[in-house]
Design a protein around this ligand. Structure first.
Ligand code: SF4
Length: 336
């Protein structure tokens, strides 16, 4: 679990007599995660276990454990996959070198990269071909950043927050563009962009937002909760970037405390002291069954009044990875 202290200076909230939960909507499972998890499940159904998955398919412990029980084997490197096997690439995307390595090892691949990450890869390729220096705002070591950087390693410089801006070096200040990881804090990213624009006044912006709809919507929703909740609980794993950013967004918006937990049993009873309103939400890789677990845990402690706080409607869906579509149309027929 992740614990943090809030910034100072937010006005005190009116206290309430009854205990209640404000439940964010939208929350949890996004279209890219749904597609990636379904790809592994469908591959297991169609081709049978084991199915190899390079990196956690999405950053959530529960999802990974559930798929492991069904026969998925998670590996960190392509070389760990036996030659000739089937491997699924995770929603975070991979560099072209990973595709090449898979081809060398004669692996059958299913690419479950989220289409919104693929969009950023395509932007990187396009600007590199136009000879731009690309400043990629993102977190060092994150799987998505490694994949995007691999599209044009000679042209991409990682900028991990405003503190990195002074160190950036480019070849030609009139030909610089910024792109970003899809799961960042919107507010911190704009701070970094402003600092970059101060250094490079001709800095070009991407044609559309790289921070995805799901990340943005979940940050807006958690900020709304934080206006009234003394405590905000975000269900998500520590290695989930968008979940971590939601904790920061809650604190920034005035929650007295905000915590990240994978499961209800990680909640500390002490967090509830003097708390009448709990805000509850979940990261984009979190199935709602985990939120239900937290609601049950809270109800057992008197927080039975649950109000949904809706800040957006989401209807986005993505079609399955190309490699699966044909076999999904013609499911295998059992021989008599
Ligand atoms: Fe795609 Fe955004 Fe979900 Fe990541 S968080 S899988 S980029 S929709």
């Amino acid at each position: 679990m992740n614990t943090a202290t809030p910034p100072q200076g937010h006005p005190a909230r009116p206290t309430r007599a009854t205990k209640r939960v404000l439940l964010a909507s939208p929350r949890g499972w996004c279209a890219g995660v749904d597609r990636a998890v379904a790809a592994v499940e469908k591959a297991l159904e169609l081709y049978g276990a084991p199915i190899y998955v390079r990196h956690e398919i999405v950053h959530n412990k529960y999802v990974v454990r559930t798929l492991e029980r069904k026969g998925a084997i998670f590996v960190e490197q392509t070389e760990e996959v036996p030659e000739g096997s089937l491997v699924v690439f995770s929603a975070h995307g991979v560099a072209p070198a990973v595709h090449a390595e898979a081809a060398e090892r004669k692996l059958t691949t299913i690419d479950a990269t989220c289409p919104l990450v693929t969009k950023v890869h395509k932007e990187a390729v396009r600007y590199a071909n136009e000879d731009y220096d690309i400043l990629l705002i993102g977190h060092e070591g994150h799987e998505e950043v490694i994949g995007t950087s691999g599209e044009a390693p000679d042209r991409i410089t990682l900028v991990d927050g405003p503190a990195d801006v002074a160190k950036v070096e480019v070849r030609d200040e009139s030909k610089v563009v910024w792109l970003s990881q899809t799961t960042l804090s919107v507010d911190e990213t704009m701070e970094t962009v402003d600092a970059l624009k101060n250094r490079f006044p001709n800095l070009l912006s991407p044609p559309s937002d790289d921070i995805c709809y799901a990340t943005q919507n979940r940050q807006i929703a958690v900020k709304k909760l934080a206006e009234e909740a003394q405590l905000v609980i975000v269900v998500g794993s520590r290695n989930s970037s968008n979940s971590q950013r939601m904790v920061e967004a809650a604190l920034g918006a005035g929650a007295d405390a905000a915590h990240l937990v994978d499961f209800a049993d990680e909640i500390d009873e002490a967090w509830l002291q003097s708390v009448t309103t709990v805000g509850l939400t979940s990261g984009a890789s979190v199935p709602d069954v985990l939120v239900d677990g937290v609601l049950t845990w809270l109800a057992e402690r008197g927080y039975t009044d649950v109000e949904t706080v809706r800040t957006a409607d989401e209807s986005i869906t993505f079609s399955p990875p190309r490699e699966l579509r044909r076999d999904l149309r013609t499911p295998p027929v059992d021989n008599p």
